[in-house]
Design a protein around this ligand. Structure first.
Ligand SMILES: Cc1cc2nc3c(=O)[nH]c(=O)nc-3n(C[C@H](O)[C@H](O)[C@H](O)COP(=O)(O)O)c2cc1C
Length: 179
């Protein structure tokens, strides 16, 4: 049997009142039931990252160190002005090699399921040599949230599991390319 991968569930938003921790915990609960990998929540907010080029805060090294421990990612992506949150883009920009040759899935949300933000993220992942898998659970602000509460429909369970199957398969396949 091969070693279990370390998969980080990355919370993209950092604003006061964000719902990303609810979505991330929901994904982690589903993921932990599988027993096929080590899943952990990685909260960008914990690293207190400066904007790129505006200082050499200790959080940058810590952020790169955390990413280096991981074999794959699930990005929790929220749509801001038809794109991804600036906090996530900045966190992506603040590392390079630590992203390379790893697999990733996306779970997004927004009025149209966060699809526009997710497609922007896919372009960025190409540059960072992150292999983004096809299956992509999209959560609707109208159907999967009730006010500030997160009330996901059952239909997403299968899609989340399929996405995790793909992240694990590609994360394992790319292992020889990682140093
Ligand atoms: C600055 C801003 C811009 C937004 N723009 C969009 C948008 O273009 N499309 C959309 O579907 N939702 C948009 N929203 C709604 C967010 O997707 C929604 O508030 C979501 O909960 C944000 O994620 P968060 O709670 O994790 O921060 C926007 C929200 C903010 C704060």
């Amino acid at each position: 049997m091969h070693e279990k991968l370390n998969i980080g569930i990355i919370l993209g938003s950092t604003r006061e009142g964000r719902v990303s921790p609810l979505v991330g915990e929901w994904v982690k609960t589903i993921a932990d039931q599988r027993g096929d990998a080590h899943y952990e929540i990685v909260d960008i907010k914990d690293y207190q990252l400066p904007l790129l080029g505006e200082g050499d805060a200790p959080g940058i090294a810590k952020w790169n160190g955390k990413l280096a421990e991981l074999d794959g990612f699930v990005f929790i992506v929220q749509e801001y002005n038809h794109s991804l949150a600036a906090s996530l883009k900045n966190a992506l920009d603040l590392a390079r090699e630590a992203w390379n040759n790893k697999a990733a899935g996306i779970v997004s949300y927004g009025s149209t399921g966060g699809a526009r933000a997710a497609e922007h993220l896919r372009g960025i992942m190409g540059e960072l040599m992150i292999a983004d898998v096809r299956t992509h659970p999209t959560l609707s602000l109208f159907h999967d949230f009730t006010g500030q509460e997160f009330t996901p429909q059952d239909v997403h369970l299968e899609t989340v599991n399929l996405m995790l199957d793909q992240v694990n398969a590609w994360g394992s396949a790319l292992k020889p390319l990682r140093k």
